[in-house]
Design a protein around this ligand. Sequence first.
Ligand SMILES: Cc1ncc(COP(=O)(O)O)c(C=O)c1O
Length: 378
Amino acid sequence: MNLCVSVGHAHPAVVEAVTEQVSLLPHCTTMFYHPVPAHFAEELAATLPAGHDWVVHFTNSGTEAIDLALMMARTKTGHHDVVSLRNSYHGATYGAQSLTGIHGFRHNVGLLSNIAFAVEPNQYRGIFGAGTDPYVEDLDRTIRFNTSGKLAAMLIEPVQGYGGIIPMPPGYMAAAFERIRAAGGLSIVDEVQSGLARTGDNYWAFEAHNVVPDIVVMAKGIGNGIPLGAVVAKRDVAEPMGEKFLFHTYGANPVACAAGRAVLRVLEEEKLRENAKRVGKALLDKLIALQDRHEVIGDVRGRGLMLAVELVKDRATKEPDPETTAEVFERTREHGLVMSKSGAYRNVLRMVPPLCLSIDDVEPVADALDRSLQDCRR
Ligand SMILES: Cc1ncc(COP(=O)(O)O)c(C=O)c1O
């Protein structure tokens, strides 16, 4: 499901909203006003930190939203250089691939220039070890040596998703955005995976870092499986884009936005953020207990329902174990569990279930993983 089904498969409230809208008016381009996208934009903006004038532009996918955020930052600042992180994933279009820091996702086609990569602050296997400062210093060096010194933006996933569930350590985002601002750039967060209450503490994962970004990119779970992406930006950041005509034929589609409105309603009514926090903590405890019994588990990490186990051949050297990961992955399916392989070394099993996972599901889920790991013991 790849984080798209946030409030549950075929949730009746989403099905009803979609069915009603599709029979009323399935299509209306952004060239015309329609109340459903307008209301959804207001409701989505209301989930972001108060005290800022947020505006919303809807797209059909995360990658389009990332491209738009990049264009917006370059347009607003008049600068071209952008900093992204190694080990990041931002999408499949030219712009988003160019910002992606894992070679398996970057096609050999001559991607965009003026993008520099800083070292990701991976607290388990990062090249500078644990801690925040060495990674901030690397960012300083990246800006000094790999850019013109005039920045358009820095783009960060608060928790790197396909990179293997790598949460930004405390203090990193605030320090990074301070440096970017000093170089004239904007801060962009990619909440495509980590957003919409997934990490349990907040609606948006950046909120745990005491930062307010200039642009927030979202997709996946906001549509519960219906194609929907959004760029939410501070008004003064977005406004210069208005000098040109920009629209997506299917952007702000009323059916997709009806699904989005229903998702936000269900999240509130069913208290799914609180659920993600509680159930995620119970699942995390089980995974930590599994680590005691399975030598192959090098690391367990994550918050809410964005969790991962990283498999290694040797806990001391942390040598990745993609072979066992692939085997465990196959076995989990046989035991009724859907996980996903990720990480630059394909040795991380992600657990990113719908936010309605019940506390009663925790035991069977952990058991299924336990049995799969036992099946693959060497
Ligand atoms: C963090 C992140 N950003 C952007 C994207 C791109 O979104 P989409 O696949 O909807 O284009 C993805 C997709 O997996 C993602 O995980």
